[in-house]
Design a protein around this ligand. Structure first.
Ligand code: SF4
Length: 192
């Protein structure tokens, strides 16, 4: 073949150089704000072998998701569902009136009614100053959320749903605010 008849571009070589479209798990971002909790739903390899098994799995997922949404709504903290978990609120830092460092921990603890996580992160110290709100991407009403969780935590305490060692730790570390210190101390000493 004469030189002028040869194609200028080697199509086969170009095809071989094209990136493969297979997405590997270890190439995926570890954290995508707001969706990582649901990421496994979309992984094809996690789907079941038959359609009926798949439907059963989807029914289970729907029930679990319903619970995830229904629980905070029933507890009066429905807006925690919207939390993106992007941790923008961590920038509150010295602006927090009582030195709470990890507001997102409080928000997530409230959503799932995790009293221990709430107490350990200083939730019972919050005075509702609202200084963390401007740092929240969605401007959630965090003082309302934390106040409601404080009430739920105190109810849980009275019902002995909070481990005593968590309260011992909180008292030792100064994690109980003035509003609750007397009640919590009395509970710890068995006076209530
Ligand atoms: S509302 Fe509570 S968590 Fe937010 S800055 Fe004020 S004291 Fe800190």
């Amino acid at each position: 073949m004469a030189d002028q008849d040869k194609p200028l571009v080697n199509q086969e070589a170009l095809e071989a150089e094209k990136p493969k479209r297979n997405r590997q798990d270890d190439e995926q971002p570890l954290v995508l704000p707001g969706i990582h909790r649901y990421q496994f739903f979309t992984n094809l390899k996690d789907r079941m072998l038959t359609k009926n098994l798949n439907r059963l799995a989807m029914a289970g997922i729907a029930t679990a998701t319903g619970g995830l949404v229904a629980k905070p709504i029933m507890n009066g903290v429905g807006e925690t569902i919207y939390c993106l978990e992007d941790r923008a609120c961590y920038a509150t830092l010295e602006h927090c009136a009582v030195g709470i460092k990890y507001q997102a921990e409080l928000t997530v603890a409230t959503r799932v009614a995790d009293y221990e996580r709430f107490i350990r992160n200083g939730g019972l110290k919050c005075i509702g100053c609202g200084n963390c709100v401007p740092f929240c991407t969605l401007r959630l009403d965090l003082p309302h959320v934390y106040k409601r969780m404080q009430e739920m935590t105190m109810e849980a305490l009275k019902e002995n749903k909070v481990p005593k060692q968590v309260i011992a730790y909180a008292l030792k570390e100064g994690l109980i605010g003035a509003e609750y210190i007397e009640t919590v101390s009395n509970w710890y000493q068995g006076k209530s």
